[in-house]
Design a protein around this ligand. Structure first.
Ligand code: ZN
Length: 114
């Protein structure tokens, strides 16, 4: 499952941060999730719950921050926001786009209990 390896990656980063900062309890996580990333939020939460059992992040809350899909349109020569499953510029309908954002999965913030 795709989400399981993503959850594992996030957990690796969280654990590394906790070791560095001497933290032994993570209470919440804020994740930036691009709308084009094809990540199933509920599946990711499920996997995360599974792998965080008996770790510093057990029972931690996960908050998703949606990141819009942005692309650079060569025709309009500016950055435009594109819709999911619609690979054309909303202004000129050109498909000559260069994707800039929308595929990411990133940790924005880690809330810990000191
Ligand atoms: Zn355009």
């Amino acid at each position: 499952m795709h989400e399981l390896s993503l959850a594992q990656n996030i957990m690796d980063i969280v654990e590394e941060q906790c070791r560095k900062n001497n933290v032994n309890k993570v209470t919440a996580l804020w994740l930036e999730l691009g709308v084009l990333s094809c990540v199933e939020q509920s599946a990711l939460e499920f996997c995360f719950e599974m792998i965080t059992k008996d770790t510093v992040a057990e029972n931690c809350q996960i908050h998703f921050i949606p990141i819009p899909a942005l692309a650079y349109c060569w025709q309009c020569q500016k950055q435009v926001e594109i819709q999911i499953n619609h690979n054309a510029c909303p202004h000129c309908n050109s498909t000559h786009l260069q994707h800039r954002m929308g595929n990411e999965l990133r940790i924005r913030e880690i809330e810990v209990k000191v």
